[in-house]
Design a protein around this ligand. Structure first.
Ligand code: ADP
Ligand code: MG
Length: 471
């Protein structure tokens, strides 16, 4: 197995790739300040200077860091983000374990964002258009996008946006689960317009970046300049708007920007992980406004689409892979396209490294962890039921606010198993346990891991439950 270099070297590669993905600004703000402290029992521990950053990094980057890292070093199973102990944690309360989520509408503590004055258009790349394109992934083009039933509407709509002549629907709202091609389509729109009609001004940015810019403008009392940046845009694309949920002032600003552009008949393209009506924490008028145009849903992949994507990727990587292997992967890795690509990259990298051909056996061996994760089809409901039965507590206590140890501990075990056995994210798991915060889930996971090492019979219990659920 390839375990490339020291922990620091691995992190350098992981963060390098992340930088390419998220762009220079986000990288500098959120990722550069991270330091890697250790790798223990498959968990990489990363320290951040402040609590606010920890929450941010956790919700926005932790999953990606884990995925990239396990690509670098298959021993890495999880990533933990902790606040560096030497720092004073201003504003902490008894709520410590819950880890308050960062409030973005509050003034930003000065150690969290670099002191850097906004210099109008330049940050968004409007003055230097090439700079803007430098943040877009050159592989995310229409040519490289494989069309199938699950994404054909979204794809057709995205193509339509690149016709300068008409604005048929406004906004175009693309939604679907992670790794299904939303960002790819948006970048493809930008590349295509640049090719067809370089005078049309396209602006793509993540909701996160929009928010970041806006908060910075507020801070420097420079919102005029912020607004001006958008005036000359023909096509505005904002990716992952679910991140704007709950941030009132940013939502307000987004709403105004959005209305102004639509009024001028400029095209707006939005992506999110949910439909407009399901966007929680989004103001009603904004939600309904977002649904006015065309809402195109990208469905989970089908076997045919997955196979098509694998064939296209193998071809673009210029490698010959036995069709049995591709079929096997298309059958087994059903979660999303990103994982599918990751799997292909891993088997190709492995084959090159050891200098042997890719076979079904080597594929199974190299991807055993991934394949296992995709095999598991346990639901959180099943986990809660089994765990409640096992500890003889009421199922309702999985969701209740009761904190008595007799129910709190089983609940933590269930959260731990949910994290281990399902592909659900921490926030999703939290929601299934009576709307708890993701940090509570993280705390539970850590607590159970701790107990497992210190208490043999507890460890056996958890192991037994796991086997029952998997088997
Ligand atoms: P999302 O933004 O929906 O989370 P991305 O657009 O980042 O997903 O896609 C994840 C990865 O999968 C990217 O590398 C992208 O190129 C690839 N991908 C997704 N859908 C397709 C497709 N239909 N054809 C080719 N590649 C795809
Ligand atoms: Mg995306």
């Amino acid at each position: 197995m390839s375990v490339g270099g020291s922990l620091d070297q691995q992190w350098a590669r992981v963060s390098g790739r992340l930088k390419d993905e998220v762009g220079e600004t986000a990288y500098r703000s959120w990722l550069k300040p991270l330091t890697v402290s250790e790798l223990k029992g498959g968990e990489v521990r990363i320290t951040v200077p402040t609590r606010f950053m920890r929450d941010w990094v956790l919700t926005h980057y932790a999953d990606r860091i884990r995925a990239l890292w396990s690509g670098e070093n298959p021993r890495v199973q999880s990533v933990d983000i902790v606040v560096a102990p030497s720092r004073l944690d201003v504003g902490t309360s008894a709520n410590d374990d819950m880890g308050m989520a960062g409030d973005l509408s509050a003034p930003i503590p000065s150690d969290e964002v670099e002191e850097e004055r906004p210099t109008s258009g330049a940050q968004l790349g409007l003055d230097g258009r090439d700079e803007h394109f430098a943040h877009l992934d050159p592989r995310f083009t229409f040519e490289n996008f494989v069309v199938g039933k699950p994404n054909e509407l979204a794809h057709a709509a995205a193509r339509r946006v690149t016709d300068a002549a008409t604005v048929t629907f406004n906004p175009l709202f693309l939604y679907g689960g992670v790794g299904l091609g939303k960002t790819h389509l948006m970048h493809a729109i930008a590349w295509q317009i640049r090719k067809k009609d370089p005078n049309r001004r396209v602006l793509y940015l993540s909701a996160e970046k929009f928010m970041y810019q806006f908060i910075r403008a507020l801070r420097f009392k420079d919102t005029m300049a912020f607004k001006e940046q958008f005036r000359s845009v023909d096509v505005l694309m904002i990716d992952d708007v679910q991140f704007i949920s709950g941030k009132d002032s940013t939502q307000e600003e987004f709403f105004h920007t959005f209305n102004a552009l639509v009024d001028q008949n400029r095209q707006v393209v939005i992506s999110a992980d949910k439909s407009p009506s399901d966007l929680e924490g989004m103001e009603e008028r904004l939600r309904s406004r977002l649904g006015w145009g065309l809402v195109a849903d990208i469905h989970p992949t089908t076997y045919e689409l997955r196979l098509g994507i694998l064939q296209a990727k193998a071809e673009s990587m210029n490698v010959q892979i036995n069709s049995k292997v591709l079929e096997f992967l298309a059958h087994k890795i059903t979660s999303n396209v990103r994982e599918l690509e990751g799997a292909l990259n891993r088997i190709v990298a492995h084959a090159e490294l050891v200098g042997r051909a890719i076979t079904l056996e080597s594929t199974q061996e190299v991807l055993h962890d991934l394949l296992r994760a995709n095999d598991r089809r346990v639901t959180i409901d099943e986990i809660q039921k089994k765990v409640a039965e096992h500890y003889n507590i009421r199922l309702a206590d999985m969701h209740s606010a009761r904190r008595a140890r007799a129910v709190a501990r089983p609940r933590q075990v269930a959260m731990y198993l949910a994290k281990q056995l399902t592909a659900r994210s921490l926030p999703e798991i939290g929601r299934k346990f009576g709307g708890r915060d993701h940090t509570t889930v993280m705390h539970a996971v850590r607590k159970v891991e701790e107990l497992k090492t210190s208490d043999q019979s507890f460890a056996e219990d958890v192991e037994l439950l796991r086997r029952m659920l998997e088997g």
